[in-house]
Design a protein around this ligand. Structure first.
Ligand SMILES: NC(=O)C1=CN([C@@H]2O[C@H](COP(=O)(O)OP(=O)(O)OC[C@H]3O[C@@H](n4cnc5c(N)ncnc54)[C@H](OP(=O)(O)O)[C@@H]3O)[C@@H](O)[C@H]2O)C=CC1
Ligand SMILES: C[C@H]1O[C@H](OP(=O)(O)OP(=O)(O)OC[C@H]2O[C@@H](n3cnc4c(=O)[nH]c(N)nc43)[C@H](O)[C@@H]2O)[C@@H](O)[C@@H](O)C1=O
Length: 320
């Protein structure tokens, strides 16, 4: 198959390309955002009409942690809506048979019953710190569902929990918690500081999945027989959660990162920073029933990610 991987330089897109290359069965098509801005409708139309891929994996998005979502809500809703609408519609217009798009666990209500099942979607109010991003991600699911229902396409959606791994964004403010803590605790160790500040109260719970597991799950869902995907996601031909099925508090995460990095000082908490959703644990029974489960334990994944972080030249680390 000729597969367009959108967002191949990102953490997830990069891991998906690596997994596809290891398989070695497909022709891959990639473009950087500078080569093809997926917010631009006519450019996306031209690209799809020229390339005519058989399949698309949509891992391109405007992505960031709790603070970035709060500071740049317009960018998060606008860019993600445009990318999804352009890619999904132009894929359909170019006759693309199969598409997989990545959403996020933040699509579920702020107070969703835990663990969160796929049918919790649109049953309650969203978490305010990422509502614009979540609405764009929900629109992505609804685009796929609607094209499937109206045009009989085979466009699938996976909803990952919080992800981490090599290729992550280690920006001190705009990143997600896990890479932010790796960097902050590493720098504190180097500077000999005896205290590090962690945002929020430390009590929110999060589920973390290594990006290589996410890439494997994405290909697993992409490869499912159409009838199997439709049976599992009936009646709306909606989406499948991806996670590891267990979560930790932010305090526990910080303690694990501190142990891996070798920071022996005190962890202090700054409650003036937002906690966000109190808990976001995915119900992964749909994916488990289909035969997939995560393989990388959190501490092992953090060790491997820290080794990758250390292997990067400081200047080449992404800092968006
Ligand atoms: N990271 C996480 O914890 C989670 C991520 N997800 C989802 O997984 C997907 C991938 O996320 P992740 O890999 O972490 O994100 P990254 O920020 O690492 O990568 C995103 C990629 O999207 C590309 N991109 C952004 N804007 C445009 C644009 N206008 N045109 C073309 N390409 C664009 C970028 O390309 P370039 O490098 O060429 O500029 C970039 O490589 C997203 O849909 C995200 O919502 C879901 C849950 C958790
Ligand atoms: C993937 C997911 O990511 C975002 O939602 P989030 O889960 O809240 O993600 P986060 O990783 O930024 O924070 C998790 C928790 O960790 C705490 N925390 C402590 N110290 C730091 C810290 O230094 N940085 C960050 N970012 N958080 C910190 C922080 O206060 C919060 O309680 C959205 O983009 C959302 O839309 C989305 O999809």
């Amino acid at each position: 198959m000729k597969i367009f991987v959108a967002g191949h330089r990102g953490m997830v897109g990069g891991a998906i390309v690596k997994a596809l290359e290891a398989r070695g069965t497909d022709e891959l098509v990639t473009r950087t955002s500078a080569q093809l801005d997926l917010r631009e409708q006519s450019a996306v139309r031209e690209f799809f009409q020229q390339e005519k891929p058989d399949a698309v994996i949509l891992a391109a998005a405007k992505v960031g942690g709790i603070l970035a979502n709060n500071i740049y809500p317009a960018d998060f809703i606008y860019e993600n809506l445009m990318i999804e609408a352009n890619v999904i519609h132009q894929a359909y217009a170019a006759g693309v048979e199969r598409l997989l798009q990545l959403g996020s666990s933040c699509i579920y209500p702020q107070r969703a019953e835990q663990p969160m099942r796929e049918d919790a979607l649109l049953t309650g109010t969203l978490e305010p710190t990422n509502e614009p991003y979540a609405i764009a991600k929900i629109a992505g699911i609804k685009l796929c569902e609607s094209y499937n229902r109206q045009y009989g396409t085979d466009y699938r959606s996976v909803m990952p929990t919080n992800l981490y791994g090599p290729g992550d964004n280690f920006h001190p403010q705009n990143s997600h918690v896990l890479p932010a803590l790796i960097r902050r605790l590493h720098e504190a160790k180097l500077e000999g500081r005896d205290e590090v500040m962690i945002w929020g109260t430390g009590t929110p719970r999060r589920e973390f999945l290594h990006v290589d597991d996410m890439a494997a799950a994405s290909l697993f869902v992409m490869d499912l027989e159409k009838a199997t995907y439709e049976r599992e996601t009936a009646p709306m031909l909606s989406h499948i959660n991806v996670g590891c099925g267990t979560d930790v508090t932010i305090r526990e995460l910080a303690e694990t990162v501190a142990a891996v990095v070798g920071f022996g000082g005190t962890l202090a908490f700054d409650p003036s920073k937002p906690d966000g959703t109190p808990r976001k644990l995915m119900d992964v029974s749909r994916l488990t029933r289909l035969g997939w489960q995560a393989t990388i334990q959190l501490e092992d994944g953090i060790r491997q990610t820290y080794a990758w972080f250390l292997s990067q030249e400081k200047g080449s680390l992404r800092a968006k």
